[in-house]
Design a protein around this ligand. Structure first.
Ligand code: AMP
Ligand code: TRP
Length: 331
């Protein structure tokens, strides 16, 4: 059985983008893989987080993952900062990755923006830590949204250079799993921008804890164009907002763009948005209710994460210890 690893940052309330691009796929993959799911708090602080807010967001993320169907018993759910192996291997990878490679990372450029000199050093080496997350478990498949593809290519470059420099076949090649019709969910206000937890406008995203009225209102107000929906997928070219809403519908209804257009092609956005809002509420309301229920007992939640971290460390510690021996550290 192949081992899967994936992570998600506790940097705010998870969005519909996180759900459709990542979490929903994670749950399906649990059927035929050994899965390790990580709440990546070390990654979150590459951009300043208020400490109390970070603690709360960490529990909120863990509760949401459980509410979505992540199984902490058959699989592993844990907190990145609780397993030291991640930072130990990340340091080695900081010394393997080349500055030229990191300089090409588009997420750094986007997140650092114009004020690059003022970005944290952590934000710059973020992809090295992400590579360490995966390689510390010898995971071979990594389900992510489309925005993480470049980081996974870098993780493969790092593994290859490590193996080459130390003359070993130790770290494995990883395969990105970028799945479904909503691998890149866009902002509801601008079909060319990614839906994100950190967008200043709350109207740009659906949060997994939004109530039914808020969801319906956000979808009603979502930017669209004046044309009705096309009947064929070619008709979505150059219509990013229409394409986005159709993609969201498709992922929720477990079909593809063509399937949605077969049913809704020719309709105006008024009617389509109503069906989309109904479908969203049907999917998201149970998740948010279960999340609230789990958050009412923080010590039970912490115990699940603690247990997960012990199991994660039992896998990662020997792998990272071996990497340290290969580097020549006296163990
Ligand atoms: P993050 O919130 O940046 O930690 O992302 C966690 C996971 O959600 C990653 O696999 C991302 O690729 C995925 N993700 C985040 N935003 C989106 C989006 N707008 N569309 C699709 N997937 C996303
Ligand atoms: N960088 C990823 C994101 O922001 C989160 C992440 C951290 C991750 N470590 C990972 C994803 C390892 C997959 C595998 O979306």
């Amino acid at each position: 059985m192949q081992r899967i690893f994936s992570g998600i940052q506790p940097s705010g309330i998870p969005t519909l983008g996180n759900y459709l691009g990542a979490i929903q796929n994670w749950v399906g993959l649990q059927q035929d893989h050994e899965c390790i799911w990580c709440v990546v708090d070390l990654h979150a602080i590459t951009v300043f987080q208020d400490p109390k807010g970070l603690t709360a967001a960490t529990r909120e993320m863990a509760a949401t993952l459980l509410a979505c169907g992540v199984d902490p018993v058959k699989h592993v759910l844990f907190l990145q900062s609780s397993v030291r192996a991640h930072v130990q291997l990340a340091w080695i990878f900081n010394c393997v990755a080349r500055l030229g490679w990191l300089n090409r990372m588009t997420q750094f450029k986007d997140k650092a923006g114009k004020d690059r000199e003022n970005a944290s050093a952590g934000l710059y080496v973020y992809p090295n830590l992400m590579a360490a997350d995966i390689h510390a478990y010898h995971a071979t498949r990594v389900p992510v949204g489309d925005d993480q593809k470049q980081h996974l290519e870098l993780a493969n470059d790092i593994a290859q250079k490590f193996n080459h420099d130390y003359g070993v076949e130790f770290f494995k090649n990883i395969e990105p799993l970028i799945m479904g019709p909503a691998a890149r969910v866009m902002s509801l206000r601008d079909g060319t921008k990614k839906m994100s937890k950190s967008d200043p406008s709350d109207q740009s995203r659906i949060n997994l804890n939004d109530d039914a009225d808020t969801i319906a209102l956000k979808i009603r107000r979502a930017k669209t164009d004046p044309e009705p929906l096309p009947s064929e997928t070619e008709g979505l070219v150059d219509r990013p907002e229409a394409r986005n809403l159709v993609g969201i519908y498709a992922a929720l209804a477990d079909t593809d763009h063509a399937g949605v257009l077969r049913e809704h092609g020719g309709k105006g956005f008024g009617a389509f948005k109503q069906s989309l809002a109904d479908l969203l509420v049907e999917k998201i309301s149970p998740i948010s209710q279960e999340t609230t229920r789990l958050l009412a007992d923080p010590s039970a939640l912490d115990a699940i994460l603690h247990k997960g971290s012990e199991r994660a460390a039992a896998i990662a510690d020997p792998i990272v210890a071996e990497a340290e021996r290969l580097v020549g550290f006296l163990k």
